[in-house]
Ligand binder design. Structure first.
Ligand code: ADP
Ligand code: ASP
Ligand code: MG
Length: 815
């Protein structure tokens, strides 16, 4: 004997029922078969709704019932040739008439008892099983249809009845003995109490019916046919990359279903587990897929965690008080009181100080639980020995399940690390002593993110989704988007990073993709249709999207953008900036941003603040982290000034050389920042800070080579003044040239003091040969006392800066 159960979507329409009939026909050739059927998908909900409407005095229940009737009649018409339809049509009509009278009664009374509701719901499975039976008949498959209410005996807890296995097993065995057949068709979900009143086994209970039959008949296997190809590593509605679990133990399957994996109704496992009956989960719509085998001891595979699941709409109740310490019986009273009210406790944690007990219950039970527990402990509460029960709502549980977790230390560490890095705050933790399940309570709003983060951590070790928001689409921003588009596939294949740009901003507008990422070949159009730029809204909407692994990329030079970093870091979103404003602002702000990264477990990276794509800050950080000390830094840090002084020899006016530098994209958007030396001062400041020095910009001595009048007006006036002072620039050049020197704008840092200024550099010096827009940085440290560590190369340009930003993004993504 074998038992096959077909779920709501498997029997939702006539073509689906046909498909089921074929599967049954094929199965029955292997062994005698019991077929358990759910109601046509959505029917149970519709029946409940009709009952509620009727009870609330709304005539709309009639429309609801009419639609249900029509749906079933249509199924009949789709299933059978016209001449064969009449018997089934009239059977459907009879059931529907009964349903109408039942609902008329509910309407008249204005009341819907649990008992009546069970009666009402039973029509879904009665109808569907009759339809399947007729369809089998049309296929020439001989069978016996039987009403499960005469077979499954339960108590009278309507809506959630408990099975009396002694009577039930006898009745099922008697049916098979007295009416031998190759195929039996029975409705799932329903039973009857000793008085013969209809009961139901709980929502999703057809799975359980099937297991009850399998147990009663010591079936060789139970097959649950549904709309997915097995029990999956996570709820496929939450995780796109969830995949079927080939084999799983009864206990693991039970944990997963208890913790929310809807594919299997939790009580289903018990009757089959007690007899070691193998349970298959198969896909009606892809019968060739392997599905999942639930069995005694599946072989270990490389996945230490077998699956993830989650339960939403929970409340956390905490009972605390000094009066609880060491007094036995406290928990008993707590759980006793909850049990009395039939409140199901989903998770329990008790701190080792015994000072508090935390339990998670369904949100719907929270109010009753609170009243009940406060009542139970009212004497202690009045005496101040126990605090009134604290209740937090809008929570959810996320659980990792796997037998192998027991033998692998560090799983919870990885779990907490992955969640922490994504700003998912853990409110409570429980680990069963079997170590088969680690559960955490988190905000309900974080569930999708948490499940995806954990799925990535434990099942996709290989691919990590990284979500970028890029602010600034000027020279560097555009290049960056180009490079991202080009590298996306390589990153996916080689680094297993799935980078996508979810949002963009320019100085006027911003856009945040509703779902997925933006098309990198057509981002301009998306941005044009974006919302007017509002940085607070960017932060708020990014936070609301609550995506995992978010990196905010600032390729602007805007002080306003730099102001939102703190708010982003506080939400555990990483920040990658080529914008220097934040790192060169007041020391307190710089230090605060750094400390936020530690506090919220995220990254703030700004390698391109100094030397564009050159590994200047990275090398400095490596020296410091490995215990070295920096005494002196000498550097040429302005690609612009280098370009200008390398090109200026008096033949072309100084102003024109500066213009050329700007045209080629080597200057800051405002070239005065470069020419005044301010930009170089900001860079040496950042290096000094990264070397451990708490300095301010004002502490840096800046000896400008520009006559004061050059900095008095706007950019146009600036260029005019450069022209006016051509003779001054010429004399600077001539003086250096006369000594065989070249002009370089040099930044120095020596033990806490820093300065920037123009300097003649003699042949033989590291800076003498610097070409074009090159930068060079010399680090003199304990390890490099005389021969410095030199970092040298192209220090400006949109392409190299974009690739430096890109490298920081990858660093942030892999952190
Ligand atoms: P049926 O009507 O066949 O009983 P259900 O809707 O009750 O089907 O259960 C199947 C659904 O369970 C799937 O479509 C899927 O969306 C959901 N589900 C949730 N968690 C899991 C999981 N871990 N594995 C498979 N399916 C899951
Ligand atoms: N039809 C019932 C429900 O929707 C039982 C089931 O489908 O398993 O809950
Ligand atoms: Mg189900």
């Amino acid at each position: 004997m074998q038992v096959l159960k077909f779920g709501g979507s498997s029997v939702a329409t006539a073509p689906n029922l046909q498909r089921v009939a074929q599967l049954v026909e094929a199965a029955a050739q292997q062994a005698p078969t019991v077929v358990v059927v759910s109601a046509l998908g959505g029917t149970t909900d519709a029946l409940i709704e009709a009952g509620r409407l009727a009870a609330a005095g709304s005539e709309a229940y009639r429309t609801q019932l009419k639609q249900l009737e029509e749906r079933h009649l249509e199924a009949v018409r789709g299933l059978l040739p016209i001449p064969d339809q009449s018997a089934l049509l009239s059977l459907v009509k009879t059931y529907c008439n009964e349903l109408d009278s039942l609902c008329d009664g509910i309407f008249a009374l204005g009341e819907l008892s649990d008992r009546t509701l069970d009666r009402l719901m039973s029509f879904g499975e009665l109808l569907s099983s009759r339809l399947l039976a007729a369809c089998l008949k049309a296929h020439g498959v001989a069978h016996v249809w039987h009403d499960s209410r005469q077979l499954v005996r339960t108590d009278s807890r309507y809506g959630f009845a408990a099975v009396d296995f002694t009577v039930t097993n006898q009745q099922i065995q008697a049916l098979v003995a007295t009416q031998p057949s190759a195929v039996y068709v029975v409705p799932g979900f329903i039973g009857a109490d000793a008085q013969g009143a209809t009961t139901t086994l709980g929502r999703g209970g057809s799975d359980y019916t099937a297991a009850i039959f399998a147990g009663a008949l010591a079936a060789k296997q139970l097959e649950i046919w549904t709309d997915v190809s097995g029990m999956m590593t996570a709820d496929p509605r939450l995780v796109t990359l969830a995949r079927p679990i080939p084999r799983i133990s009864y206990q693991e399957a039970m944990e997963l279903s208890h913790f929310g994996a809807k594919v299997l109704y939790p009580p289903t496992i018990q009757p089959v587990m007690s007899q070691g009956i193998p349970l298959w989960i198969k896909n009606t719509f892809a019968p060739e897929d392997a599905g999942t085998l639930v069995e005694v001891g599946p072989p270990a595979n490389q996945d230490v965690v077998r699956g993830l699941s989650s339960i939403a709409q929970l409340a956390l109740l905490s009972l605390e008080g000094s009066g609880m310490v060491g007094i036995p019986g406290f928990s008993r009273r707590l759980f006793g009181a909850l049990a009395q009210q039939r409140i199901n406790v989903i998770l329990i944690t008790q701190s080792s100080s015994e000072h508090s007990i935390c339990v998670a219950v369904r949100a719907a039970d929270a109010e009753l639980a609170q009243a009940t527990v406060n009542e139970e402990f009212n004497t202690e509460i009045a005496a101040g020995r126990v605090e009134p029960l604290r209740c937090e709502t809008d929570l959810a549980i996320v659980a990792l399940v796997g037998e192998q977790m027991r033998n692998h230390p560090g799983i919870s560490g990885r779990m907490f690390g992955a969640l922490g890095q994504n700003g998912v705050n853990i409110r409570a933790i429980a680990q069963g002593s079997s170590e088969r399940n680690i559960s955490v309570v988190i905000r309900a709003a974080d569930v999708r993110k948490a499940i995806n983060v954990l799925h990535e951590e434990f099942f996709e070790e290989t691919t990590k989704q990284v979500n970028l928001f890029v602010a600034g689409v000027g020279n560097v921003g555009r290049k960056l988007l180009e490079q991202l588009a080009r590298q996306q596939q390589w990153l996916r294949e080689k680094l297993r990073l799935n980078l996508r740009v979810v949002g963009l901003a320019n100085s006027q507008r911003f856009v945040l993709a509703e779902e997925g990422g933006l098309d990198l070949n057509n981002w301009q159009a998306a941005l044009e249709q974006g919302q007017p730029l509002d940085l607070a809204a960017v932060v708020q909407q990014l936070h609301a999207r609550n995506l995992r692994n978010t990196v905010f990329v600032d390729v602007t030079a805007s002080a306003d953008v730099a102001k939102i970093y703190a708010a982003l870091l506080e939400k555990s979103m990483a920040v990658v900036a080529c914008n220097k404003v934040a790192c060169s602002s007041e020391y307190a702000n710089y230090a605060r941003l750094k400390s936020l990264t530690r506090e919220f477990n995220t990254e703030f990276l700004f390698e391109t603040n100094v030397g564009a794509g050159l590994p200047v800050i990275g090398s400095l950080n490596d020296l410091i982290r490995s215990g070295d000390q920096v005494h002196r830094i000498e550097a040429v840090l302005s690609g612009t000034l280098n370009f200008v002084f390398n090109h200026y020899d008096g033949t072309v006016p100084f102003a024109d050389v500066v213009r050329q530098a700007q045209a080629e994209g080597y200057t800051e958007p405002d070239p005065r920042l470069d020419l005044s030396g301010t930009d170089v001062a900001r860079k040496i400041l950042i290096l000094a800070r990264e070397a451990g020095q708490a300095m301010e910009l004002a502490d840096i001595h800046n000896e400008s080579f520009l006559p004061a009048s050059c900095l008095e007006g706007d950019v146009d006036a600036f260029y005019q003044q450069l022209a006016v002072h051509e003779a001054h620039f010429r004399s600077l050049y001539d003086a250096a040239a006369a000594q065989g020197k070249r002009l370089k704008f040099v930044a120095r840092y020596t033990d806490g003091q820093a300065s920037v200024g123009l300097q003649g550099v003699a042949p033989g010096h590291d800076f003498y040969v610097l070409q074009g827009k090159d930068n060079a940085v010399l680090f003199f440290t304990n390890r490099y006392p005389e021969q410095p560590l030199v970092v040298k190369g192209a220090g400006a340009g949109a392409d190299v800066t974009a690739s430096g930003v890109f490298a920081d993004i990858i660093r942030a993504a892999r952190a």
